[in-house]
Design a protein around this ligand. Structure first.
Ligand SMILES: Cc1ncc(COP(=O)(O)O)c(C=O)c1O
Length: 371
């Protein structure tokens, strides 16, 4: 049996009538730019994120870039972040005129280490970007006071964590709720995926919300009046319609992912070679990825390929070692936890529509490799 890493066609079959009807409403109206669906999506996602404002934009990358632009970084200004993430987290720092400063991660969750963040703060530091990697949140209650003490902005890259929560002092806090700004990506493979590129920012701050709305519309709050130079980063109304039609299913999809994760974890429990993902007990993890750590990872990949079992390595080269950041001067060995992770991680199929016998085939294939 072959099992794909993700099966978007299976999801499409379950929702296509609703999504196509929502798209047709936009098409019949011929209202493609900043239609009412965009504002509705902003309100719905803000509410899901326990945030006052939602500002839609054209991608998860722009959702990071615009708040970084709002910091008005000067050359040499530093933004501390994790090297174990998708490229956009740090690429946007560079594109906003700042310098990414990479610090090591926690070996259990792969999320940024609060102690490493604090140790990296200099007089040039302006912001911290945490990434809630694979769907589980970073240790917000430790990073927030660090940011506050040093007067730094705290950006939550929530591209992989829509619907994730963390219990802080007895209260569930949503991804994007506590930081200066929280970002989301609706890239088609995300837990809530558009049918193209799409992103969104959430914040509690009225002035920042107004500025971000301006920056995505060429820096103008009124047509043909530009208080500053922004860009075109509008969210396509058709994508907003797709996302609104899919949103009522998000909770059930996240729950199905959690159930699949629990099934894998009990199947791998006690295995000498397979280390299942470790969930911080304070987290409600939405399993955008189910990522194991294994010895002989590359050989396992080759084996799974021959068996037709989907898998992926997120991420094979940590960002501090990327050729484009060579000028920053990081050497191999500089961030050992992230570097160990990049050699041992493997993500397995976890999508909500995966059938039981498909999951059994994945479990059997992985276990048989280590027999
Ligand atoms: C952690 C992280 N940050 C940022 C992004 C960028 O989002 P997008 O692809 O929508 O630009 C992604 C996803 O691709 C991501 O996984």
């Amino acid at each position: 049996m072959t099992v794909p890493l993700l099966d978007l066609v299976a999801q499409y079959q379950t929702i296509k009538d609703d999504v196509l009807a929502a798209m047709m409403a936009v098409i019949e109206r011929q209202g493609f730019i900043m239609g009412p669906e965009v504002a509705r999506l902003e309100a719905e996602i803000a509410s899901l994120s326990h945030a006052k404002h939602g500002i839609a934009c054209s991608s998860g990358t722009d959702a990071l870039l615009l708040p970084l632009k709002a910091l008005d970084l000067k050359p040499g200004d530093e933004v501390i972040t994790t090297p174990f993430t998708f490229f956009a987290t740090a690429g946007t720092v560079h594109n906003a005129g700042g310098t990414p400063v990479f610090v090591d991660i926690d070996p259990a969750t792969f999320n940024i280490s609060p102690r490493a963040v604090e140790a990296a703060i200099t007089p040039r530091t302006r912001a911290i970007i945490v990434v809630h990697l694979f769907g589980q949140m970073a240790v917000m209650e430790e990073i927030l006071p660090i940011a506050a003490r040093h007067g730094l902005a705290l950006i939550e890259d929530g591209a992989q964590s829509i619907g994730a929560r963390r219990k802080v002092e007895g209260t569930w806090r949503a991804s994007g709720e506590l930081g200066t700004v929280g970002t989301l990506s609706f890239f088609p493979t995300k837990n809530l995926g558009a049918w193209g590129d799409a992103g969104l920012m959430v914040t509690q701050d009225d002035a920042l919300a107004a500025r971000l709305s301006r920056l995505r519309l060429h820096g103008g709050s009124r047509q043909y009046m530009h208080e500053e130079v922004g860009t075109n980063s509008r969210l396509d109304t058709l994508q907003a319609a797709v996302l609104l039609a899919k949103l009522p299913h998000l909770n059930a999809w996240n729950e199905a992912r959690k159930q699949n994760a629990a099934r894998y974890t009990s199947a791998f429990a006690g295995h000498a070679d397979i280390c299942p993902p470790r969930v911080d007990p304070a987290n409600d993890h939405i399993f955008h990825q189910y990522t194991i750590q294994v010895p002989r990872r590359d050989e396992l990949q080759t084996f799974l390929k021959t068996k037709g079992i989907g898998h992926a390595v997120y991420y094979p080269l940590a960002l501090h070692l990327q050729p484009c950041f060579a000028h920053l001067g990081y050497r191999e060995g500089a961030l050992p936890v992230a570097e160990a992770a990049m050699h041992s991680v493997l993500s397995l199929p976890i999508y909500p529509e995966m059938k039981r016998d498909q999951q059994d085939a994945v479990i059997e294939a992985v276990k048989s490799f280590y027999r």
